[in-house]
Design a protein around this ligand. Structure first.
Ligand code: FPP
Length: 252
């Protein structure tokens, strides 16, 4: 009698319209539209954030699949503290929930977790969960999943300037040595390449204080799709569009 095999749903393959030959090394995403997604369904805003969390997991898998090296996700901005207390608390609990559910998968996918932003000012439950994941994944050398948590670009630049002025005062370098590379060393993103591609969902076309210095030569890609509806197909559309762009960095 033949053995009954378990039923596996085959993973739907995305047909590529053209070959993906030039994948951006670093993709940054402003994940916008969770609230509107929930409102459209008559659900509380936090239901949109919850759905958005699951889309983060799928997006990480897509990034791994197409060999993106760094994925920076804007998960909580320094401005997000202005939201109602209950929403702020929910948003800050999401990293813990995400890691509780998905850390084993991230390990299997060889993903390393890092953050940018004012980490120390986050609540203890967020810091502990994220710190644990950073520690656990620190030797993984696949995708770098970089969460922007309590991140604001202007305050990042300002604190870089303050630190630099201190070091200048202490003769750690001279004014002549101060150049763009040195300034970059003082940013949260030190050691990372600048994003090649920035994606923003939900139809908004602004930067919202995200990576202002680092996005100087980045290609921007906007979609009306709300973050909870973001999918592999849409991610691939952005990657395809990116590879058709001609990046000249001010040259010809
Ligand atoms: C913007 O949508 C989204 C946020 C402020 C939060 C983004 C967070 C997630 C997608 C989940 C994060 C997951 C992890 C793992 C940390 P919005 O609420 O401003 O939407 P709206 O503009 O439609 O109101």
């Amino acid at each position: 009698m033949p053995m009954k095999l378990p039923f596996f749903k085959p993973k739907k393959e995305i047909p590529l319209q053209e070959e993906l030959t030039s994948v951006p090394e670093h993709v940054a995403i402003i994940m916008d539209g969770n609230g509107r997604w929930a409102k459209k369904r008559g659900l509380p805003r936090i239901a949109g954030h919850k759905e958005g969390m699951d889309v983060v997991k799928k997006t990480v898998e897509t990034a791994v699949k197409y060999n993106v090296k760094i994925l920076t996700l804007f998960a909580f901005s320094t401005e997000n503290w202005k939201r109602p207390k209950s929403e702020v608390e929910y948003l800050l609990k999401l990293p813990k929930e995400f890691l509780h559910i998905y850390l084993p998968d991230l390990m299997k996918n060889n993903v390393r977790i890092e953050t940018i932003g004012d980490f120390d000012s986050l609540p203890g439950f967020t810091k502990e969960a994220v710190q644990y994941a950073k520690e656990k994944t620190k030797n993984n050398d696949g995708l770098l999943l970089n969460f922007a948590l309590n991140y604001g670009s202007r305050s990042e630049i300002l604190s870089a300037i303050k630190l630099m002025m201190k070091d200048l005062d202490n003769d750690k370098f001279s004014l002549e040595q101060l150049d763009e590379n040195l300034l970059s060393e003082y940013l949260y993103t030190h050691g990372l390449t600048d994003p090649d591609l920035l994606i923003r969902t939900s139809g908004e076309q602004r930067l919202s204080n995200f990576l202002l210095w680092q996005l100087a030569y980045t290609e921007f890609w906007f979609t009306d799709v709300l973050w909870p509806d973001f999918s592999e197909e849409i991610f691939v559309e952005a990657l395809m569009d990116y590879q058709r762009r001609s990046r000249r960095y001010g040259g010809i």
